[in-house]
Design a protein around this ligand. Structure first.
Ligand SMILES: [Zn+2]
Length: 484
């Protein structure tokens, strides 16, 4: 198993990212064994490698959800039709995507059951029983679950009929508390995406036309993908008292007055995996942020038959020293070293360590970073600390690279002609004036397929701004983009 003569065939089947981004995306996911299509239209199977990545994401986010005082629970999958229909805006928003169960065995059900597209209706009906007094508040609960939305056009991880997510559902005594919670969870999502996924995000408020069906206010984190399209990566909703009034979630306050609770809900889903793929991947495949990578370090031994035993012993010895990391020793004798290099590179493993007889003699190892593909020779005595340093540096570099990309692909203009040209030619985020009229927003969407991704929480300077669509003075500047 010589180091030379790398197997190029392995990567040849990967479409170039620049030439056909959509096909590249599908190739990467299928060739790395993250997920695949099934005979069920719109439903994917998440394979062990993809699921391990989801588990890493889930664990990192779950810690943060707990740290901010929430507990996990599980609610029913089914939502009786009468409950789903109680809240008019909510049902209007979800009706086209709801899957229904109408039979149990051979018997027609008296009332059709929706398979949850989201759980506000079922959870609110349960909270109405739990909340009696101000002493019962706040309710801070999160659920990790699957949901179903009958999608017409689907894409692995980004839009599938069934997907996995977490949904937080909280009840509060006051409006202020609910608004604080909404922003707190938006900030949890931002920090999580940037720290763990190395994914820089914009964060801000959605316009009325883009907000969650039934919410008073919706906030989102938005990331820019390598093809210049935005991905909504997480949302946090202030539900006001809308659902509380419909579902009669009332409590007796300290002043002996009966009041409705104030609510929030917030969620992120398996689409984050699609975001990580699109943001960091390249023509060699995935490039995973070390903090969430299922395998952080892979060892590939390089030997001929006379050195096999010695090299494998060394690899095992070195692997044992990395107890703090997620390590894989690739001892397969069915593949060449070159094949293994390509495969692990494709799978996005942040750090590869090669050990051959010459390295053993020189008391060194060879380290290859996935992000830069840079190769270094590291003395054995410094190898454990170098692994730690390199993983941290890779995490930092992936984030910085994505941030630089976003900077390079954020344009500013109030001129509609220029806006249209940028959206066609370069895409990315465009910061433009908006007068606040939903008709102007709709016109931009109709003309260019670009939508307002968010009105940033830290408002942008709108001095002299003009509305993109009508040319009137604009009170705000918003981030526009085409989106997934
Ligand atoms: Zn306007």
């Amino acid at each position: 198993m010589a180091r030379k003569g790398e197997d190029k065939a392995y990567v040849k089947e990967l479409t170039s990212k620049r030439e056909d981004f959509a096909q590249w995306y599908v190739d990467v996911i299928r060739k790395t064994d993250m997920a695949d299509y099934t005979t069920l239209k719109g439903c994917m199977v998440i394979k062990p490698y993809g699921f391990a990545l989801w588990e890493g994401i889930r664990q990192a986010l779950d810690q943060r959800i707990r740290r901010t005082g929430h507990k996990n629970a599980y609610f029913p999958l089914f939502v009786p039709e009468s409950l789903l229909k109680l809240e008019a805006d909510h049902v209007k928003g979800f009706a086209p995507e709801v899957a229904w169960v109408t039979k149990g065995g051979s018997e027609e059900l008296e009332e059709p059951l929706a398979i949850r597209p989201t759980s506000e209706a079922i959870i609110c009906s349960i909270y109405a029983k739990w909340v009696q007094s101000y002493r019962d508040l706040p309710i801070l609960i999160n659920q990790w679950a699957n949901v179903v939305r009958w999608e017409k056009v689907t894409r692995l991880f980004l839009r599938t009929t069934e997907f996995l997510w977490q949904e937080g559902h909280t009840c509060h005594r006051t409006q202020e508390e609910a608004q604080e919670e909404t922003i707190r969870m938006l900030e949890v999502y931002r920090e999580f995406a940037e720290t763990e996924l190395a994914m820089p995000v914009l964060y801000g408020e959605k316009t009325d036309s883009e907000k969650f069906a039934g919410a008073q206010k919706t906030y989102a984190i938005e990331a820019l993908m390598a093809d210049g399209k935005a991905l909504q990566a997480g949302t946090s909703h202030n539900l006001g008292q809308h659902f509380a009034k419909v579902f009669q979630i009332k409590f007796l306050d300290e002043d002996q007055k009966e009041k409705y609770v104030w609510q929030t809900s917030w969620g992120v889903s398996t689409r984050l995996i699609g975001g990580v793929v699109m943001m960091h991947g390249d023509d060699y495949g995935l490039a995973l942020p070390p903090r969430i990578a299922p395998v952080q370090v892979v060892f590939v031994p390089i030997y001929f038959s006379d050195s096999m035993e010695e090299v494998i012993r060394k690899v095992k010895e070195l692997g044992d020293k990395l107890g703090a990391y997620r390590v894989e020793l690739d001892l397969r004798d069915t593949q060449t070293a070159g094949w293994k290099f390509n495969e692990w590179e494709m799978k996005g493993v942040p750090l590869r360590i090669e050990v051959g007889p010459k390295d053993i003699k020189k008391k060194q190892v060879v380290m290859v970073r996935r992000d830069t593909r840079e190769k270094t020779f590291v003395p054995e005595e410094r190898f454990v600390e170098t692994v730690g340093e390199q993983l941290e540096d890779i995490q930092r570099n992936l984030f910085q690279r994505a941030l630089d990309f976003r900077k390079d692909n954020t344009s500013h203009t109030d001129d509609y002609g220029e806006f249209k040209e940028i959206i066609e030619r370069k895409r990315g985020f465009i910061v433009s004036g908006w007068c606040g009229d939903p008709l102007c927003e709709a016109k931009v969407k109709e003309d260019t397929k670009a939508t307002i991704r968010c009105l940033p929480l830290e408002e942008l300077d709108a001095t002299g701004a003009r509305c993109l669509a009508c040319g009137k003075p604009a009170a705000k500047r918003a981030y526009f983009a085409r989106a997934y």
